[in-house]
Design a protein around this ligand. Structure first.
Ligand SMILES: [Zn+2]
Length: 489
């Protein structure tokens, strides 16, 4: 995610202006760095499979859903319960809503409006399973499977549920222009070496942690809407009123879609990747499509090939700024204006970098937000450096140094819940975090720095990592990344 502070806090407008000034001309030098693509998933690990049938009822803003998940016990212990995040319930009460107090008016321009998930039943082979709704925000579903699921064993679980979409301009909700359907279905919680991860939909940062899975989604929507979604539309049938889509998304860690009757779609390609931009007007659609393509090209070159065949940049009613989901990103529609071209490019580049750091390589975004956000923020600097020249990259770094100096910042390694507010979080994890990565690059040199990031990407593709694994990769090369970063503090 990236937070657009120009909307949020006036005090930071000066910083954004400083950032605007640093972008000038500059000759674009494209470094051709070879990359190796490996589509490995952790050995012996089978992916979970979701099949979801969805009917969208426009009038009630509800999704009527049937879901089947084939869950694979990839842990090394027997499980008698399986947990799911049911994030829509975090929007069921005003006090749960994952927004800061001063954001509530922007999140709910027409006043608070509830969103929730209504679970009708949970079955295994037509037999009812006991379940309980738990979690701080009623956003965790505990399913008792009634037996011991051994390591390596699979279980098929069916669920019937309705989702009410709120009138909200955050990640999940609808506004004047778009219907953002994100973090909407019961998604299995990650069971890692710490056990089940059952954290609620926290306010600060991106509170998500999930496993690479295969998705097959059937979606029935009114014909007037255009659809932007994770993965590929494999078939499309329509009558005079409705369109029925079959969508396949393989090896992704989430599934999101956005609807609008105003989308103007622009298409391009980079190698085998279809680049689609969903714009609310034509004004900047050519520029946005070029930025999307340049981002995919630059990051593929720096870190390793983008492994999917589709990427979508979607203008949305999303007041916060930008948000990443597998193979798609949502960008606040108000950023599409001539005055803020730099900011628009910055946000798109940042969210695109998340396709590498969040989507392909996953992590617990609550406990270790630096792993994806700091690296993504530094990747954004690299995008500008690659596209507009070294000087522009250096100016961005200088601006970041001024920001961290002026707003006393400290530890970049805390969990999202330990930061005071979104400014404190952003200045430490994003800005200071990006500077820490820049310091590592300065210490080890470009060759080792980019070689190690490529190795990181190739080694942990489609898996979840933690800070220890990341640090270990550098340590193996004799680089004490901990020491470099802690000295940088
Ligand atoms: Zn981000």
């Amino acid at each position: 995610m990236i937070i657009n502070f120009t909307k949020k806090v006036r005090i930071l407008t000066g910083m954004i202006l400083t950032l605007l000034i640093v972008i000038g001309g500059g000759v674009y030098v494209y470094h051709n760095k070879n990359s190796v693509q490996t589509l490995n998933v952790e050995e012996g690990k089978n992916l979970n499979k979701y099949i979801i049938d969805v009917i969208f009822d426009e009038e009630s803003k509800r999704l009527m859903c049937n879901q089947n998940i084939e869950y694979v016990n990839n842990t090394n212990i027997a499980l008698d319960k399986i947990y799911f995040h049911i994030y829509p319930n975090a929007f069921s009460k005003e006090e749960f809503a994952p927004f800061e107090k001063d954001e509530m008016n922007q999140a709910y321009p027409n006043g608070f409006n509830e969103g929730y998930i209504d679970i009708k039943n949970v079955l295994n082979n037509n037999n009812k399973l006991e379940y309980e709704i738990t979690g701080e925000k009623n956003d965790v579903l505990e399913v008792n499977i009634g037996r011991q699921l051994k390591p390596g064993e699979k279980i098929s679980i069916d669920m019937k549920y309705n989702v009410k979409i709120p009138n909200s301009e955050g990640r999940f909700g609808y506004g004047e222009n778009t219907i953002n359907v994100t973090n909407w279905f019961p998604i299995v919680c990650v069971h890692d070496d710490r056990g089940w991860n059952l954290k609620s939909y926290e306010t600060l940062g991106d509170p998500f942690y999930s496993e690479t899975s295969n998705f097959y989604v059937k979606l029935l929507i009114p014909k007037k809407y255009k659809l932007g979604c994770t993965g590929n539309i494999i078939s499309e049938k329509s009558d005079s009123e409705k369109v029925f889509y079959e969508i396949q998304a393989k090896k992704v860690r989430d599934f999101a879609f956005v609807l609008s009757d105003k989308f103007k779609i622009k298409k391009d390609t980079y190698k085998d990747v279809n680049i689609n931009t969903y714009n609310l007007n034509e004004t900047l659609s050519t520029e946005v499509t070029k930025i999307a393509k340049d981002s995919i090209r630059i990051f593929s070159d720096l870190f390793g090939e983008y492994p999917y065949d589709t990427y979508s940049v979607i203008a949305s009613d999303f007041f916060i700024g930008g948000m990443e989901y597998p193979t798609l990103v949502m960008i606040d529609q108000s950023l599409y204006n001539e005055k803020d071209k730099f900011l628009l490019e910055y946000v798109i580049a940042h969210e695109t970098a998340h396709q590498w750091w969040y989507s392909v390589i996953g992590n617990d975004e609550i406990s270790e937000p630096w792993l994806d956000e700091a690296l993504t923020e530094y990747s954004t600097v690299l995008y500008f450096e690659e596209k507009y020249g070294k000087e522009v990259g250096s100016k961005l770094i200088k601006t970041m140094e001024i920001q961290t100096r002026n707003y006393s910042s400290e530890d970049i390694f805390k969990s999202t819940t330990q930061y005071k507010n979104s400014i404190d979080y952003s200045l430490n994890v994003y800005t200071k975090g990006a500077l820490a990565f820049n310091e590592v690059r300065n210490k080890v040199g470009d060759e080792v720095f980019f070689e190690t990031l490529k190795e990181y990407y190739n080694t942990y593709m489609f898996q979840n990592v933690n800070g220890a694994k990341f640090v270990d990769l550098w340590n193996k090369k004799g680089i004490d990344i901990d020491k470099i970063i802690s000295e940088y503090k």
